[in-house]
Write a protein of this length. Structure first.
Length: 359
């Protein structure tokens, strides 16, 4: 038995209890978690914004140590430190053959599998393939990547989602160039990673926008040169901070229609808006045909930072080792497994950056 946080049904509170894990079968790996980040996507799974089979063990951003491996697993061995990869690519579907592995059509197919059982025998699914809200987990071999040298396991957990997403939004999706102005909407874990990525890219100015004035210090520590408390005049304020033109790039990390629209409005003519935040189907964003022509702006979605984790993790690790990327600066709360429901409440209230579960 291992302790885990699982979702009994959509909209229900998480339950913290013992679960029974099977031993790893062929092509599987058992991992003892060192840390797991509490991501807004986990909240989206719990409230039904994103749909997965339930009941499910949530958690998708984590790192730990390999306990045992099943037949055929050769790229990791017991004792190895690994980062969990919640969206592994199949390598053979159409997006994968185009090199767009972040759009793999089979990436989440493992979420439908039976992952474990509760004490009374109820079958549990892995929320986003890896079920990181547990002391231990069993995952497919392509869901683990070796931790790069020199990265502590508790920091490496953040590489599994927040950092890859923020990094990729800047470097892969928006393709920020040195000297371009960037505005980041939402200063949570992903937003803080995005600000650091913009700083590494040499953006200037870097503007952070959030509803909470208390997050200014966090944002500036991550690289923001300006801070705007969100209001009805946000787009106008961003234009003032960018010489009246608007930002070259906006990155939206919230997933709300009004924020996406504001991000678009705050960019210059020909500007680029990348949407990282995950919103519900009821969040409708509208544009009229003339403005699309006149402004010549680009609006794009961004899945998992448009990253290939196998290629991007070594790059991120080098930035960490060189001191350019501070993973611990994303963490505003360190909790136990029992603290996850409270971390959900903080996300709903817009408080803090990333909560990190330490096992």
């Amino acid at each position: 038995m291992v302790r885990a946080a699982f979702l009994p049904a959509v909209g229900s509170p998480l339950e913290i209890a013992g679960i029974r894990l099977p031993e790893p079968g062929p092509g599987q790996v058992r991992v003892r978690l060192a840390a797991a980040g509490v991501c807004h996507s986990d909240l989206s799974l719990s409230n039904g914004t994103m749909r997965v089979p339930v009941p499910a063990v949530l958690g998708h951003e984590g790192a730990g140590t390999v306990v045992s491996v099943g037949e055929g697993v050769t790229h990791v061995a017991p004792g190895d430190g690994v980062v969990l990869n919640w969206a592994p690519s199949c390598g053979s579907c159409h997006p994968c053959t185009l090199g767009e592995v972040w759009l793999c059509v089979d990436a989440l197919s493992g979420s439908g599998n039976v992952h474990a059982t509760t004490e009374d025998g109820t079958a549990l699914h892995p929320g986003l393939n890896v079920a990181a809200f547990a002391e231990e987990t069993v995952v497919a071999a392509n869901c683990v990547l070796p931790v790069p040298d020199g990265i502590p396991l508790t920091d490496a957990a953040l590489l599994g989602c927040a950092v890859l997403t923020g990094w990729g939004a800047v470097h892969h999706s928006a393709r920020v160039r040195q000297g371009e102005s960037v505005v980041v909407y939402g200063v949570g874990g992903v937003g803080l990673a995005t600000l650091q990525a913009a700083r590494i890219a040499g953006a200037s100015p870097i503007i952070a926008v959030d509803v909470s004035p208390e997050k200014e210090a966090l944002a500036r520590a991550a690289g923001a040169t300006e801070y705007v408390v969100a209001s009805e005049t946000t787009a106008r304020e961003v234009r003032k901070l960018t010489g009246g033109q608007g930002a070259d790039v906006a990155v939206e990390c919230v997933g709300r229609a009004t924020t996406i629209r504001t991000a678009w409005d705050s960019t210059r003519r020909g500007g680029r808006t990348t949407v990282v935040g995950i919103g519900g189907k009821d969040q409708q964003v509208t544009f009229h045909a003339l403005e699309l022509f006149h402004w010549g702006r680009t609006l794009s979605g961004c899945v998992y930072g448009n990253c290939d984790p196998a290629e991007d993790l070594p790059v991120l690790a080098e930035h960490v080792r060189a001191g350019r990327l501070d993973l611990s600066a994303l963490v505003t709360e360190r909790i136990t497994l029992d603290g996850i429901p409270g971390a959900f409440d903080n996300m709903i209230a817009g408080k803090g950056g990333r909560a990190l579960v330490l096992f």
